[in-house]
Design a protein around this ligand. Structure first.
Ligand code: PBG
Length: 326
């Protein structure tokens, strides 16, 4: 029925009606908080381009986890900043590596907290690349072995979910097989399925000390211009045994999140990355935007696009605001 019989504004006339017909609801339980772990004791260092986000030493993690649980945030994603780096990123899969130790502490002190670990070599290699470099190129298949070892060491330490972020071909299947052989068939895999080669990772690379020392990541991370290719990546990871598929970054990739939602019945995660966080923080600091309103709008928008889970540095603020009634 056309206007004047049909009037769209009837459904927006009062707060109660708007609440009744709201299509998307954001909850603290949708959020995953990324945490950077550094060696040492009693270290809490703010990250320059990520105000309010810190690198923590392992002894401070339990306190941080407890405050996340109080806010209703069920999961953390751990990144490690190792003591030393080498050509083959050996601290990534060391039994007493910074992440492995952090996982053990967290699962002991705060067993309810779901611990997810980022599986990649770039924070651990002297050249800052995500794999084994041979003749200036990343060797895909040689890298798989190291990724499997890394994922296995995280699972052995007690990680609930391993999250490969390297974008090598075949890594989800390789990790699944290695975990299963070792009796870790209960460990979940959240794959960074469609991960783009993005300018939005800038602040993270500073926080994790993982900028490549030469070249770039264009031979493994995806071209931001491509959409059909994302479908291929997502379907491949589902077929190889991923339990959750992720799209990263988030803000400029709503179409990809929506595609992921329709391609699989698995949970879909969106990673609202460091540069996306930094932009909001900077504009809010200048008084140019209302931070609370913009953050909740962004996170709701990602859910509306099809994400079930959102990895975000805004998680603590967002959970607090949601608890206060948004
Ligand atoms: C790789 C990894 C990166 C991020 C998460 N995992 C960096 C990269 O691919 O260069 C970026 C996260 C962010 O920007 O918030 N280990």
């Amino acid at each position: 029925m056309p206007f004047p019989v049909s009037r769209h504004r009837r459904l927006r006339a009062s707060g109660s009606i708007r609440r009744m017909v709201r299509e998307t609801e954001l909850n603290a339980s949708d959020l995953i908080y990324p945490v950077f772990v550094v060696p040492g004791l009693d270290v809490q260092m703010e990250i320059r381009a990520m105000p309010g986000c810190f690198q923590f030493s392992q002894d401070l993690l339990a306190g941080e986890a407890a405050s996340l649980m109080d806010l209703g945030i069920p999961a953390v994603l751990l990144f490690g900043v190792p003591q030393a780096k080498d050509e083959r990123g050996s601290e990534a899969y060391a039994e007493d590596g910074v992440v492995q130790r952090a996982v053990r502490v967290l699962k002991k002190e705060c067993p309810e907290m779901v611990v997810i670990t980022d599986v990649c070599l770039c924070e651990y290699t002297s050249h800052g690349h995500c794999g084994v470099v041979k003749n200036g190129q990343i060797d895909n298949d040689a890298t798989l072995t190291l990724l499997e070892r890394t994922a296995l060491s995280h699972a052995a330490a007690g990680a609930d979910i391993v999250a490969p972020s390297d974008m090598m071909d075949g890594r989800v299947g390789a990790i699944r097989e290695r975990l299963d052989e070792a009796g870790h068939e209960e460990t979940l895999i959240m794959s960074y399925a469609a991960k783009y080669c993005s300018g939005f990772y800038g602040p993270f690379r500073e926080a994790a000390g993982s900028a490549p020392q030469f070249g770039d990541r264009k031979t493994h991370q995806m071209d931001p211009a491509n959409r059909r290719e994302a479908a291929k990546e997502i379907v491949t990871d589902v077929d190889e045994g991923a339990d959750i598929v992720m799209v990263k970054p988030a803000l400029a990739y709503g179409d990809i999140i929506s595609d992921a939602r329709s391609l699989t019945d698995l949970p879909v995660a969106a990673y609202n990355v460091s540069g996306e966080f930094a932009m909001v923080k900077a504009a809010a600091e200048k008084g140019w935007i209302d931070e609370q309103r913009v953050v909740l709008e962004i996170l709701t928008g990602l859910k509306r696009a099809g994400a079930d889970l959102i990895l975000t540095y805004h998680a603590k603020d967002a959970a607090r605001w949601l608890g206060e009634g948004g």
